[in-house]
Design a protein around this ligand. Structure first.
Ligand code: AMP
Length: 268
């Protein structure tokens, strides 16, 4: 696993004809590893990046407390057949600051976009910069961050960028909790509650669809579990949102909520 942290070293990637990129913010877990394994199985070479993109955090405290465990990450990543690890400094990605006039999909105004202004623009900006620097043939994203996946995919399509976005399914703990770097910031009890939130949504999804229970009632049940605040709990028809669009109606329930001060998201 070659570490790449300079523009000069990036040059060696340009000749790779089949290069898979797995962008992460570190605190590597089994969810990330599933993306890495998929890239290794589909591409001749795989590059993983660890970059905590400050610009996509709209809360300074959230950025400061985001888990940083690079040493552990390195020893874990070394166990896999990764060709390159990209560890860029801010200056390499943003030599002249962020882009101001990026156009992102209207879907970015829904769900997380309501409470995190500018977040998706910053995500698209950083991915666009990674693409220009690395020129990957494929980029691997988790369905765990469904909105991010759709917004990036639509951007790539609209800009006719020559790379494929690969969707990877959400990896969960046995108790149902979706793996996330932020889970490291939760106590054992908070993780238990978070797994109950997942089960609550899963068990009520059909009832919500059949109008046997209201979203409002499920929200209350979730708060009763010990959740501090819910940013949103929404049912969306996603067959037209995904690309290529599907005729068959498909629904997903999206949630963002706070356990203590940690914001967690999921979609079921
Ligand atoms: P992050 O480091 O949280 O920015 O995540 C990097 C990539 O890993 C994103 O494409 C995420 O959607 C994906 N990812 C994070 N958690 C999971 C998970 N539990 N299952 C599958 N993919 C995930």
């Amino acid at each position: 696993m070659k570490i790449i942290n300079s523009k000069k070293k990036l040059a060696q990637l340009r000749n790779e004809s089949s290069l898979g990129l797995v962008p992460t913010m570190g605190a590597i877990h089994t969810g990330h590893i599933s993306l890495i394994k998929k890239s290794i199985s589909e591409c001749k070479k795989t590059i993983v990046s660890i970059f905590i993109n400050k610009r996509q955090f709209n809360n300074k405290k959230d950025y400061k407390k985001y888990p940083r465990i690079l040493k552990k990450d390195l020893s874990l990543l070394k166990k896999y057949n990764i060709d390159y690890l990209f560890l860029p400094k801010e200056k390499i990605i943003y030599p002249k600051g962020g882009s101001k006039n990026l156009q992102v999909d209207p879907f970015s105004r829904k769900l997380c976009g309501k409470n995190r202004p500018g977040h998706f623009k910053a995500v698209v900006d950083v991915i666009d910069r990674f693409i220009k620097l690395i020129k990957p043939s494929k980029i691997y994203f988790g369905e765990k961050d469904f909105q991010q996946l759709i917004i990036v995919k639509n951007y790539i399509k609209r800009k006719k960028i020559n790379t494929t976005i690969v969707k990877c399914k959400t990896i969960r703990e046995k108790n149902g909790l979706a793996l996330s770097s932020r889970n490291l910031l939760l106590s054992r009890n908070e993780r238990k509650i978070a797994s109950k939130v997942y089960k609550m949504i899963l068990n009520n999804k059909k009832k919500i669809l059949n109008k046997k229970i209201t979203i409002k009632k499920v929200k209350q049940e979730i708060l009763n579990l010990g959740v501090k605040r819910i940013d949103y709990l929404e049912l969306l028809k996603i067959n037209k949102i995904i690309y290529p669009p599907k005729k068959k109606v498909k629904y997903k329930i999206f949630i963002a909520y706070y356990m203590n001060n940690i914001r967690l998201i999921d979609n079921i």
